[in-house]
Design a protein around this ligand. Structure first.
Ligand code: NZQ
Ligand code: ZN
Length: 404
């Protein structure tokens, strides 16, 4: 195991009917901006519930900013930052999924970048602050979240991903300043999700675990054991939630699993490989494919292309996650079975596993490679050796993704 520091200050408030806890969690005198997405929070009544809780206990002033898109848009978020400064907001409350939460993290950071007259900095300065790793930002507005979709883990981490359509760029950022002060995880809130978002969430969490697990062994038993458990829960409960959408026990487990998948715990002290995510972001930015679906298109091809360098971990994955213990089989056959199982799991969830499944063909590949180059995604993977040629080969494999 490598040296590491693990720090995660997010208070998790988990369970049914916990939104009322906002009356204790948000400072009583705060000027609060509630941020939300394209309307689900209003339609489902969650927004009203949140406002009622904020009205309880104290004299908070509450403002709203709705319309944060899935894959949150840079220009929309700057408007939210303007609102923060206009109304002297000192607490942001994100109500939604990864997009609203990531967007709110960005707003919390960018709003602190003001000109002397108190107005938000220019678009160019804000973009630079984001793409240069947020290093020039030394404060952020406090914020908390009410999670409505289990998927990204954003509710318990300090990262985010922002889309800039004009620049055809979807880029990650991270800052310890934007760990949420708290996140409320009420599993009943996930009952209104369309099936597409439920299965997307299962797949996103699955790939988060895989990208912190499927590298090379460093004898990190805690991290590996946790990771394997999370994968097995997703494999077991993912298909069940489609058949039993009202099953609250399943919803509870999926919600906590997705949070645990990307809260820093299983990634501490181990090598990581975020190739699938980084190539996937380009697929979303160029072709508007849902985040999770880019991952299911790419992961089987990443596993096949990098089979040699990931051999030991692939065998461990086959044995401990898929229970493939048949000693008559060669190592290669065992690994192929585990990769096929992974692909079939995604299929069982109704998710795409190839570019063809997303109506794309070979002509999609070079524009993606150009974008990866423009965004300096040229040394990916646990060894930093996944260059553009490797990404190109992965994408070629993903065209129809036939097992090799
Ligand atoms: O916009 P509204 O109307 O709210 O609808 C949303 C949206 O259309 C809907 N929804 C959310 N909760 C609902 C609901 N519909 C009915 N009932 C509910 N309870 O679901 C749709 C998707 O929401 P979104 O927030 O986009 O989903 P998700 O949580 O999957 O977030 C995806 C974003 O997170 C980023 C992705 O790149 C993408 O931009 N990620 C963030 C990460 C992080 N911060 O650590 C890591 C991830 O790898 C990921 O990259
Ligand atoms: Zn993801």
């Amino acid at each position: 195991m490598k040296n590491f520091q693990y720090y995660n200050p997010v208070r998790i408030v988990f369970g049914e009917d916990q939104i009322k806890q906002l009356s204790n969690l948000v400072p009583t005198e705060a000027r609060v901006l509630i941020t939300y997405g394209g309307g689900s929070a209003q339609r489902t009544g969650t927004l009203d519930e949140v406002k009622a809780a904020l009205a309880d206990n104290g004299s908070r002033q509450v403002f709203e900013f709705g319309g944060i898109e899935a894959n949150p848009e840079f220009t929309t978020l700057l408007k939210a930052a303007d609102k923060v400064n206009e109304h002297d907001i000192d607490f942001i409350l994100a109500v939604g999924g990864g997009s609203v939460i990531d967007g709110s993290k960005f707003v919390a950071l960018v709003s602190s970048l003001t000109e002397e007259d108190g107005t938000t900095v220019s678009r160019e300065q804000a973009w630079d602050a984001l793409t240069s790793g947020c290093k020039k930002i030394d404060s952020a507005i406090d914020f908390g979240t009410v999670l409505t979709i289990p998927a990204t883990g954003s509710e318990m981490n300090s990262g985010g991903v922002i889309n800039h359509s004009e620049r055809k760029a979807k880029l990650p950022f991270g800052s310890a300043l934007v760990y949420p002060k708290f996140s409320i995880l009420d599993p009943t809130k996930t009952l209104t999700l369309p099936e597409r978002q439920v299965t997307n969430g299962v797949a996103d969490a699955f790939v988060h675990v895989m990208e912190q697990y499927l590298t090379y062994p460093v004898n990190a038993k805690v991290q590996d054991g946790f990771a394997e458990s999370l994968l097995k829960i997703l494999i077991e409960d993912g298909p069940v939630v489609r058949k039993e959408p009202e099953n609250l026990d399943i919803r509870k487990n999926l919600m906590w699993t997705a949070t645990m998948a990307l809260n820093g715990l299983i990634g501490s002290g181990v090598p990581q490989d975020w190739t699938t995510h980084m190539v996937g972001h380009e697929l979303t930015s160029l072709h508007s494919i849902d985040h999770a679906r880019t991952l299911t298109i790419l992961l089987p091809s990443v596993m096949r292309e990098l089979k040699e360098s990931k051999r030991d971990k692939l065998l461990q994955y086959a044995r401990n996650v898929w229970n493939i213990t048949d000693t008559d089989q060669s190592d290669d056959a065992i690994i192929d079975m585990a990769i096929d199982n992974t692909e079939n799991f995604f299929r069982e969830l109704g998710l795409p596993v190839s570019l063809e499944d997303a109506d794309l063909d070979e002509s999609a590949i070079e524009p993606i490679i150009k974008q990866l180059e423009a965004h300096k995604m040229v040394k990916l993977g646990e060894y930093g050796t996944n260059d553009l040629d490797v990404s190109r080969r992965i994408l070629h494999r993903a065209i129809s993704n036939k097992a090799s």
